[in-house]
Design a protein. Structure first.
Length: 116
């Protein structure tokens, strides 16, 4: 059974930093590309960042590029999102998603709130 569990969310002031984690189990972690998505209050879920299994390919949404850094530790089956220079518009529930063979696995999310 595949499980993805996000953690690290919380309340932070604008300009601050947070590091999110996504702990994975039940899958061959290094074989899975994984992405971060977020869902702001009252809005649709949106893409944030992507990393391939070997970390050789990384992509970011334009709104976070230069401020967020995605990384993974395949030995620990964990995905990270370092978020710096946070803005109120980064407020959202953040989800990790593993994808392979047309199947998506989602975590339940962690809430990030950025106060102005």
């Amino acid at each position: 059974q595949v499980q993805l569990v996000e953690s690290g969310g919380g309340l932070v002031q604008a300009g601050g930093s947070l590091r999110l984690s996504c702990a994975a189990s039940g899958l061959a972690f290094s074989n899975y590309p994984i992405a971060w998505f977020r869902q702001p209050p009252g809005k649709q879920r949106e893409f944030v960042a992507y990393i391939s299994g070997s970390s050789s390919n990384i992509y970011y949404a334009g709104s976070v590029e230069g401020r967020f850094t995605i990384s993974r530790d395949n030995a620990e089956n964990t995905l990270y999102l370092q978020m710096n220079s946070l803005k109120p518009e980064d407020t959202a529930v953040y989800y990790c998603r593993a994808h392979r063979y047309g199947i998506n696995y989602w975590g339940k999310g962690t809430l990030v709130t950025v106060s102005s």
